[in-house]
Design a protein around this ligand. Structure first.
Ligand code: AKG
Ligand code: FE2
Length: 292
């Protein structure tokens, strides 16, 4: 089945609408080759020393390389890219805060077989979130081209709210996209990495986001040590978890705000009034995105 593509200048609202309808969206050519060259140069030493997985889910011919905020300055740009973050905020517009969930280069090496189709939200202890409650929003940036032969991601369009047995009988598509393009997919859509029958690796930069009130899959406070975190911009730090994830979640010590604590300042966590204003501002932002 042929998957739909959106042009590089698609606005976040259009991308989020496609994602809501189909569980995925592909936006072509969002960043240029120079950006991906820089990113590749930063991560290659870490990828080379990453071990392959040990089971069929992680992939015995697949290497997973994390801690990308600390290791790879260019990933910070992708995490904050307006198309990515705009889409995430529009898609997860039902919460007061969104956060970074994990950062991972997925290198599918030649010889890898197709990964079992799954829904990423299973990580939350298989909790049966209601069909209309989205807990995460994922991006996969193509660091190499994604092709049928090299393991482009399999997606089952429209499967997000469909029960497992029926969804498994629905038609699959496989993501083909050029380097610098980005695949969005929600936490409910059936998907999985492809088999690599080519001679070279397939590399994707998997940067995922979740609502602010769940545990992050990659521990950002340890993956990015405080001495590096202190050099980062406030907006990125908030996304990494240095803000309350909803009212009161994640304060430090005597009810101190986590970003202030990282910076060595005293600042009380948000009050219930601050929280209500933030929720409203978030809803306004989301409504504006929907009006575009
Ligand atoms: O590498 C891919 O294309 C998808 C991987 C994936 O879905 C996963 O590991 O959860
Ligand atoms: Fe997955």
């Amino acid at each position: 089945m042929e998957l739909g593509h959106l042009p590089p200048d698609a606005d976040a609202d259009t991308v989020a609408a496609h994602l809501r309808r189909w569980g995925y969206a592909i936006v072509d050519d969002v960043v240029d080759g120079e950006t991906m060259d820089r990113l590749a140069a930063e991560v290659t030493p870490y990828v080379e020393s990453s071990a392959s997985g040990t089971d069929e889910y992680d992939g015995r011919f697949t290497r997973r390389t994390g801690a990308l905020i600390a290791r790879c300055p260019t990933v910070r740009e992708l995490v904050m890219h307006p198309v990515a973050l705009g889409t995430v905020r529009a898609f997860l517009d039902h919460v007061s805060a969104v956060q970074l969930h994990l950062t991972q280069i997925i290198t599918i090496d030649p010889g890898e077989t197709q990964q079992k189709l799954h829904r990423d939200q299973m990580a939350f202890d298989l909790f049966p979130f209601p069909p209309d409650y989205h807990v995460q929003c994922n991006t996969m940036w193509a660091l190499t081209d994604f092709t049928i032969d090299n393991g482009g991601t399999h997606v089952v369009p429209g499967s997000s709210a469909v029960a497992d047995d029926e969804a498994e009988r629905m038609e699959q598509g496989q993501v083909e996209m050029r380097r610098g393009s980005v695949l969005f997919y929600d936490g409910k859509v059936l998907h999985g990495g492809g088999a690599n029958r080519s001679a070279g690796p397939r590399q994707g930069v998997n940067l995922t986001y979740a609502v602010g009130w769940v545990r992050q899959e990659e521990n950002q406070y340890l993956a990015c040590p405080p001495e590096i975190a202190r050099t980062l911009d406030d907006d990125l730090l908030k996304l990494m978890g240095y803000q309350e994830g909803a009212f009161a979640l994640g304060y430090v010590g005597d009810q101190q705000d986590p970003l202030a604590a990282l910076r060595g300042r005293q600042h009380r966590k948000q009050s219930i009034g601050d929280f209500a204003r933030r929720r409203d501002a978030h809803a306004d932002f989301a409504a504006d995105m929907n009006d575009v």
